[in-house]
Design a protein around this ligand. Structure first.
Ligand SMILES: Nc1ncnc2c1ncn2[C@@H]1O[C@H](COP(=O)(O)OP(=O)(O)OP(=O)(O)O)[C@@H](O)[C@H]1O
Length: 468
């Protein structure tokens, strides 16, 4: 088996080298780093600043995606690492926190990729579906980074992995609050995290087409029943996309999860729900012994569609960084800005539309687990959050200013269940609410009529100020 850049990884199966950390420091001058084989340069770039990185010689990758020699990459508001299997020289200019590490879990990670490749080859021979891989672990354990790596290595082998995001706190190729399934047939854009989805205008890296559903709340606990229903819809859409495309079918899926699922009975029950709905047959636990033991107990002797479930434990990378609320808020706002205005390489011009109060149909997502119903007499709390009431219909109000609404692929006559189960057509941003003229001014990526569609308003994404 010959894979460009991967065929001769030295030291497969050997114990990783011990750590040699240089102290973290900040620099803004141009510097050249000489990285030894099997080491990585870890860096953090603050929001509002940028650095430029060029691979001068050798080979290097960011979460599995190989860097092109002599190409200048620009990173903004990023925490990541450049890893090299064979050694390389990189040139860096701009301010960042950085250090070089030799102790990385890359060998077990790449061995996991090869194990998945064997399952994909077997699936291809039998005309069956490739592995459905679920990655679980606490917050900041490196789940998304591992998934990027596994997807990038699969793409490099000519495969087409379908990557599923069930973490509504961070969007993947979409606005936060959404849950997506995206088949990847081309390279991941390392400067942008995952890349860009189709808006308008050309893109240097081919755009990806996510199947997008809207949950609109930051954590699965905020409305567990709605979260499960949206997951079920996503699983159905992903399964039919998988069967429609032989290349995606034989590669299978890789599913990212929120860290909140890694603890407590409710979290474990949600994992069981995903295993069932997506027919998961490989579970990777990263960075938690306790979760590994629980997953082994629940699934190690189980089967999905007659296939045994394999439970695998991987170590967390020492490079994983904790991201505080402020950082996540910056990431969220950057994702929303990018959706409407593009990025420095590709600016977009959103359209402004005025929608009259009488024409707007807005549904606010209910948050039963956040609402205090303890003051209500027995039975009334249950009635308030009856299953048929997913949303509250809301009249336009100044409270909606700076909020993001999901425009659903549904009609105004559809039931709340149908709207919840519909895919997302796009998002709009409320730029103004004029109570005198009774109009809301919204920004939309395209000039499509939106007043004949239901708009869904959740508490996530949450904007702290004006986008314009
Ligand atoms: N080897 C590494 N070197 C430097 N930074 C890294 C490395 N691995 C991961 N990171 C960074 O650490 C942070 C946490 O990693 P990641 O997002 O993969 O974790 P996660 O488990 O998906 O987190 P969450 O569940 O909270 O979304 C990210 O900013 C990521 O880019």
């Amino acid at each position: 088996m010959s894979i460009p850049g991967l065929s001769s990884i030295p030291g497969l199966g050997q114990a990783p080298a011990t750590a040699t950390f240089a102290p973290t420091f900040v620099t803004s001058a141009t510097v050249v780093h000489e990285l030894q084989a099997n080491s990585e340069w870890r860096f953090e770039v603050a929001f509002g600043t940028s650095i430029e990185v060029k691979l001068l010689s050798g080979t290097a990758e960011i979460f599995g995606t190989e860097l092109a020699e002599k190409h200048t990459y620009t990173f903004r508001g990023t925490k990541a690492a450049i890893f090299t299997w064979h050694g390389c020289r990189i040139e860096v200019s701009g301010p960042c926190e950085e250090y070089v590490a030799e102790d990385t879990p890359m060998i077990p990670y790449v061995n996991t990729h090869f194990a998945l490749e064997r399952l994909r080859d077997e699936a291809k021979e039998k005309g069956a579906e490739g592995p459905k891989v679920l990655v679980v672990g606490p917050n900041n354990a490196g789940k998304t980074s591992l998934i990027k790596m596994l997807a990038a290595y699969a793409i490099k082998m000519g495969r087409q992995p379908m990557v599923i995001n069930t973490d509504s706190r961070e969007g993947m190729l979409s606005v936060p609050g959404s849950l997506t399934a995206t088949p990847f047939s081309s390279i991941i854009d390392v400067e942008q995290g995952w890349g860009s989805s189709p808006t308008s205008g050309p893109s240097p890296v081919p755009v990806k087409l996510p199947l997008c559903y809207y949950y609109g709340l930051p954590s699965p606990e905020d409305n567990t029943s709605m979260f499960k229903q949206v997951l079920t819809r996503l699983a159905l859409a992903a399964a039919s996309r998988l069967t429609a495309d032989p290349a995606v079918k034989e590669t299978g899926m890789i599913i990212d999860t929120p860290g909140a699922m890694a603890q407590g009975k409710e979290g474990y029950d949600l994992i069981s729900h995903i295993v069932r709905e997506f027919s998961v047959n490989v579970i990777i636990i990263i960075g938690s012994e306790r979760l590994y033991s629980e997953m082994n107990r629940r699934f190690a002797s189980g089967t999905t569609n007659t296939l045994p479930i394999t439970v695998v434990k991987l170590d967390k990378s020492g490079g994983c960084v904790d991201r505080d609320e402020t950082y996540l808020r910056h990431c969220q706002e950057a994702a929303i800005k990018e959706y409407f205005f593009g990025d420095p390489r590709r600016t977009l011009s959103p359209h402004t539309q005025n929608v009259s109060f009488d024409e707007a149909t807005i549904y606010r997502i209910r948050e039963p687990n956040k609402t205090d119903t303890s003051f209500l007499p027995g039975g009334e709390a249950d009635a308030i959050f009856s299953t048929s009431q997913i949303y509250d219909k809301s009249d336009p109000s100044p409270e909606m200013l700076h909020c993001v609404f999901a425009i659903m692929h549904a009609t105004l006559r559809d039931s709340q269940e149908t709207i919840r189960d519909a895919s997302v057509m796009g998002f709009v941003y409320v730029a103004g609410v004029d109570e005198k003229k009774r109009v809301i001014k919204v920004l939309a990526p395209l000039n499509t009529r939106i007043s004949d569609r239901p708009m869904v308003w959740g508490s996530w994404p949450e904007m702290s100020g004006s986008l314009i």
